[in-house]
Write a protein that binds this ligand. Structure first.
Ligand SMILES: [Zn+2]
Length: 467
């Protein structure tokens, strides 16, 4: 069985065949580093992290590149507003990106190249396009001539005529055609600039991805991904530049992650429904957020709300209860051979793994994969008891943890997570007492008692112990 990937280019699922056997060259467009990233970005990052983890789980060696856009209009504006340099803004938000991404358990990419570190390569790339007649220079700007690239529009399935007819924006007089886009932008007052054959300036946005993908992964890569909003014009332009220059396909599989809506509306600051990943991480564990984000297929829009996150939280707790149950059984059960009645379930455990792989192989269907884990947990709860054979419980536990791996869930020790929960409740109780909400404080004390935790108020503060 092979992995199938839905390719935006051909609009169908295709069998995944990497260029080099056993290796995957994958590029995903990263953030423009002028702000904290929002939960819509978080969804895209989590999806590509899951794709990467799953490919690794299936035995591939994955080289995963995700760039940082560290020079563009928004960055310049932000730097001017704050009275600092563009480089300062980039440094700050790259560090903030790593903090949030690490907290979301997003594995670090093989490399995170920054546009400003590839200026020479970008200039070479643009020079080649000018030399080959695909680009032209006007007053220190360089534009890509979209009419020269006959397949322009092939990714977004639009003809250049339709695109031009739809281009309502005021057309820059200096451009030859409405869809032409900037490869290099001449320096304006107060902007950072680098020397180039066309005078001082800076790269356009699209060219950085073409250049860094080509430099770090080669002229043709296996998988190129990003949010669905990048299909046009960003990825269309990346294809035009790369294929015009190199004369070969840029990427063999194009993957796009659908939108995330908030309370069934488009997320926007003006609607007051805008959340950064950091805000959500303050309230929810990374695994809850990942379980929620992966509970729908990545090509379908997902609706985000705090209620839905609460549901994901309870769902994750059900999974961890099963993990805790198995850990307990392993501790107390007998280390013996399987009884006849245990053999069937012991062997059947493998079928859950087969179904999981079948779901994930089918264009990374995490929604189905998650329901298979729930099926497994339900059966574990009915089939495995303290009297079961230790090796049965051990096999079930290993399997649950293994299937959680590519999704980035079920990786925690149950003991640690329980301790964290207790600390959190104690803190909540202290806050309630401070606010003289004694009813709530008592309720929390009762809740802790049910969990087998006794609180003691001491001069040094609150201590807790297990009954
Ligand atoms: Zn890009």
């Amino acid at each position: 069985m092979a992995i199938k990937i839905y390719n935006t280019m051909t609009r169908q699922k295709e069998e995944f065949k990497p260029i080099n056997e056993g290796e995957v060259k994958m590029y995903a467009c990263g953030p423009t580093v002028y702000n904290y990233f929002h939960i819509g970005n978080a969804r895209t990052f989590i999806v590509f992290d899951t794709v990467r983890r799953y490919l690794e789980y299936r035995g591939y060696k994955v080289k995963f590149i995700q760039n940082f856009t560290d020079i563009d209009d928004k960055m310049i504006k932000k730097a001017n507003e704050e009275g600092v340099t563009v480089k300062d803004i980039a440094e700050k938000y790259i560090q903030e990106y790593y903090k949030d991404a690490d907290n979301l358990k997003i594995k670090r990419a093989t490399q995170n190249p920054r546009a400003t570190e590839y200026i020479n390569e970008i200039i070479e790339f643009v020079k080649d396009l000018v030399d080959k007649g695909y680009a032209y220079v006007v007053d220190g700007d360089v534009y890509f001539d979209t009419t020269k690239f006959k397949e322009y529009g092939k990714l977004s399935h639009q003809s250049i005529e339709d695109l031009e007819a739809g281009a309502r924006i005021e057309v820059d007089e200096r451009k030859r055609n409405p869809m032409d886009f900037a490869l290099w932008k001449a320096k304006k007052e107060g902007e950072p600039a680098w020397d180039s054959p066309w005078g001082p300036g800076r790269p356009g946005w699209h060219i950085e991805c073409s250049t860094m993908a080509c430099t770090l992964l080669g002229e043709t890569i296996d998988i190129h991904g990003g949010g669905a909003d990048l299909i046009f014009p960003h990825h269309e332009n990346e294809i035009a530049q790369s294929e015009a220059r190199n004369g070969k396909p840029f990427a063999n599989y194009w993957m796009h992650v659908a939108y995330l809506n908030v309370n069934n509306q488009k997320m926007s600051k003006s609607l007051n429904n805008f959340f950064t990943a950091r805000e959500i991480l303050e309230k929810y564990d990374a695994e809850v957020i990942r379980l929620f984000m992966l509970s729908g297929h990545y090509r379908n829009p997902i609706n985000f709300s705090l209620d839905l996150l609460d549901q994901a939280k309870s769902a994750l707790e059900r999974l961890y209860n099963a993990v805790a149950h198995l850990e307990h059984v392993i501790e107390v059960s007998e280390d013996r051979e399987l009884k006849d009645e245990e053999v069937e379930f012991y062997n059947r455990l493998d079928s859950f793994k087969e179904k999981y792989i079948e779901a994930m192989d089918d264009d990374f269907n995490t929604a189905d994969a998650i329901s298979i884990i729930f099926d497994l947990v339900r059966e574990v709860n009915t089939n495995i008891k303290e009297t079961s054979a230790k090796k049965l419980a051990q096999k079930a536990l290993n399997l649950i943890r293994e299937l959680g791996g590519p999704l980035g869930i079920l990786e925690k020790s149950t003991k640690v997570s329980l301790d964290e929960e207790i600390e959190r409740l104690i803190e909540e109780r202290q806050k309630a007492r401070k606010e003289k909400n004694y009813a709530l404080a008592d309720k929390i004390r009762e809740q802790l008692k049910e969990m087998g935790i006794i609180l003691e108020d001491t001069p040094q503060g609150v201590r807790w112990r297990r009954i």
